[in-house]
Design a protein around this ligand. Structure first.
Ligand SMILES: [Zn+2]
Length: 407
């Protein structure tokens, strides 16, 4: 019944590598360089890209303490005496030495021997350590703001193809998924909340297992690109591996299972997702259905021997079209969310028409507020999709009517 592709397990599934990934430190570095090739520049080892070390060495103790405390200079002005942010002892028994970047409370043992600038800021301002890290990094201006900057990058890649310098299509394999990432397995209790999320989206156990879905456990794991820019928190996310030419892992796609950050989706920075299709496996016949996202592709694939592919956004790249041609595809049915993608669909149809018999899905029976992926949760989802997929030839009068109706 389930008609999913079978991506070759590839290197990331090597049990030894998984162990290594699981053992990786809480702060993950990847992309740009680290997971790509063994020969890349060791830029990620540069301390400016290691946020915790960077904070520890660059945190402006003097400025911070003067900004947040009533300071009494001590020991010949070399130390700053304050009310301890931890025990709040009014005798001001907490001493900070900005030059040595150390602090010590003689009342409660809150000291830089056990704690760092992040704990200090977290205690002082009553915020979480994660918030403290973000705040310090933002103040030190070593990061791009979480959220917008990354979304812009992805948006440029997906939608701004025309503006991007055309580069030769060379898919670069990456060596693994973001650490510490684990394969979702039934026996792993830590994975259960992630299963629960995916069940809630309508996926079956079989579909999850079949697509080698991974997860990053419930904690903070920052992700940086090769330039050291913070891309966001990879913790608490479902991760889908994305394969490209020769079935190499080329990217991954993640989504947050509960809203903690303002980044619902976080994908491999510098990813080549718009060079490939998901899943990376040949279609059953010469007809394919192109959808926007991974869940949409899952939904389409529930229909017997219908090959749905995610294009990762509202465009189809030259590379994706090349791939379809290489797979012998003759007919393409475009099934994007009609209500918000009319313009993009029309533009894409013009490109597709050059190479394929092109159709758009009628979608007349689809409820306005439901998209393809939503049918995963519907008992009659398959029937709804089959009906919605009634193809409209883009050269036909019907297509003209369909376009006018939606204009
Ligand atoms: Zn104290």
């Amino acid at each position: 019944m389930v008609q999913l592709g079978h991506p070759r397990p590839g290197r990331l599934l090597n049990p030894l590598l998984l162990k290594v990934l699981a053992l990786s430190v809480a702060i993950s570095y990847l992309c740009g360089c680290c997971y790509r090739t063994a020969t890349c520049e060791p830029i990620i080892m540069n301390q400016t890209t290691k946020p915790l070390r960077y904070i520890r060495t660059h945190f402006e103790w003097e400025e911070y303490v003067y900004d947040h405390f009533d300071v009494k200079p001590a020991r010949g002005d070399r130390e700053l005496r304050i009310i301890c942010p931890n025990c709040e002892d009014p005798d001001q028994k907490c001493y900070v030495n900005p030059d040595k970047k150390v602090f010590n409370c003689f009342h409660c043992e809150f000291s830089s021997k056990k704690f760092d600038a992040i704990s200090f800021v977290s205690k002082t301002e009553g915020i979480s350590k994660l918030q403290a890290i973000k705040k310090i990094l933002a103040e030190l201006q070593v990061t791009t703001p979480v959220g917008n900057a990354f979304e812009t990058t992805v948006t440029d890649r997906i939608y701004g193809g025309q503006n991007m310098k055309k580069k030769k299509h060379i898919l670069r394999a990456i060596d693994g998924l973001p650490a510490p990432c684990k394969l979702m397995e039934e026996k792993d209790k830590e994975a259960w909340p992630f299963f629960s999320y995916l069940f809630g989206r309508g996926l079956t156990l079989e579909e999850i297992i079949d697509m080698r879905v991974h997860y990053v456990p419930d904690s903070v794991h920052f992700l940086y690109d090769g330039d050291g820019a913070l891309k966001g928190d990879i913790g608490r996310r479902i991760i889908w591996p994305i394969y490209g030419g020769d079935n190499e892992l080329i990217s991954w796609n993640s989504r947050e299972v509960e809203k903690v950050t303002d980044l619902k989706y976080l994908n491999c920075p510098d990813s080549d997702i718009n060079f490939t299709l998901w899943p990376y496996s040949k279609p059953y016949g010469d007809t394919v259905v192109l959808v926007e996202g991974i869940l949409d592709a899952y939904a389409i694939r529930r229909i017997h021997e219908v090959s749905g592919y995610a294009t990762f956004g509202k465009s189809v790249s030259e590379e994706q079209m090349q791939l379809l041609r290489a797979w012998g595809v003759q007919k393409v049915v475009l099934f994007w969310d009609k209500k918000d993608a009319m313009k993009e669909m029309k533009a894409t149809v013009e490109n597709l028409k050059v190479h394929f018999e092109t159709y758009v899905a009628a979608q007349d029976n689809m409820q306005k507020d439901k998209d393809c992926g939503d049918t995963l949760l519907m008992e009659d989802g398959i029937e709804i999709l089959q009906e919605a997929l009634k193809p409209i030839d883009v050269y036909s009068l019907e297509y003209d009517k369909w376009r006018l109706v939606n204009e």
